[in-house]
Design a protein around this ligand. Sequence first.
Ligand SMILES: [Zn+2]
Length: 421
Amino acid sequence: MKLLDYFQKLTQIPHCSHHSEKLKLFLTDFVKARGYQVKSDSAGNIIAFKGSPKLSLQAHYDMVCVGKAPEIETFTEDGWLYARDSSLGADNGIAIAMMMVLMDDGKECEYLFTADEEVGLIGANALSFPLQSSYMLNLDSEDEAEVYIGCAGGVDIFAQKSYETLSCEKDFYEITVSGLPGGHSGVEIHKNIPNAIKLFAEFCQKHDCLVASLEGGERINSIPVQCRAIVACEKVPESQPHIDVKKIFRKFSVVQHTHEIIDLLCKFPHGVLAWNDKLAIPDQSVNLATVAVKNGICDIAVSARAMDDAGLQKVETEIADLFTLYGYDVKSEGKYSAWKPEVNDFSEIVCEKMEEVFGACHYRAIHAGLECAVLSSLYPDMKIASIGPNIRSPHSSHEKVEIASVTKTYEVVKKIVDALC
Ligand SMILES: [Zn+2]
């Protein structure tokens, strides 16, 4: 099958995020050879078009390289395509292959290939091509028979405060919180996954400890798995599940007003703040992501998400107010708009074609940021939907794509193209 042959070809051209120059050249040559006009920009985005298109097809052409990638050796098992000891790059290479087949057939669409999606939507954020289409089909979803029509917006919030430290003659202990499952700060925030920072704060409050140093959480978009602290306590704190206590035979200086930090961390409303019944996903949420106390300076980072911009503003203000109440300096960074879920004439066409092929179609929205959110704010008049074949465990060496699902999803894409181009 031509589509899979093209995909196979793509796996042999290195295109890890930040290192996708070779694939950029390949795609540029490919579209030129088929008579499409092509433009690219300094961020590495590519647009190809012919005629006066009404539909834009969009995919990102970088991939997350795990294991041996970019050296990729594919194999099939039980109807799924895998890579041996590496990520496969079906996210989003399968979509690129679909677009290549459509260009072979000379379909008059706009073909938008964005760069470095996997490392912070870099390409999409730098996009400035004027687009002619009124509809955009993003091909970066990972569930057949589902049409994505919206996603959350988000903002990262950082808070900092300096505290007096003083020497302390109590006994010191190293407290380690570990062995928690962790998870994505958006799509898994409603699963009540324990937060390592919260567990530590509750433990510290219970045992009336003073903090000398503290480091918890891994990154802004994940639920903290670990927390490590050096504390001084009146009585010996006991280990408990996931919390290990080790006595240290040294003295440190401690934060005088430790109780204020601990009180803030205990009260912080980590998790779902509002639920969206219609979409059956969180509507507003916040993740207490990282905390560090070093030399008396406390730094806290959190990520907030919401399914519409008014909700996002509300969460951002509430969290900033909470920090301010405790005397922290607060700043926000990296704010991006939500792609507000909406069923419109375009999503209806997509769903109708989906139903013709799969016998079913469901509208979905996701409580995480997608490229579509950036694209919908850049092109506010464009109607956008997102689909894709079954892909499991992307961004890992277990990544796999279901071959029958690729064939059927391509059929859907072709029907949409034929209806609109
Ligand atoms: Zn992707």
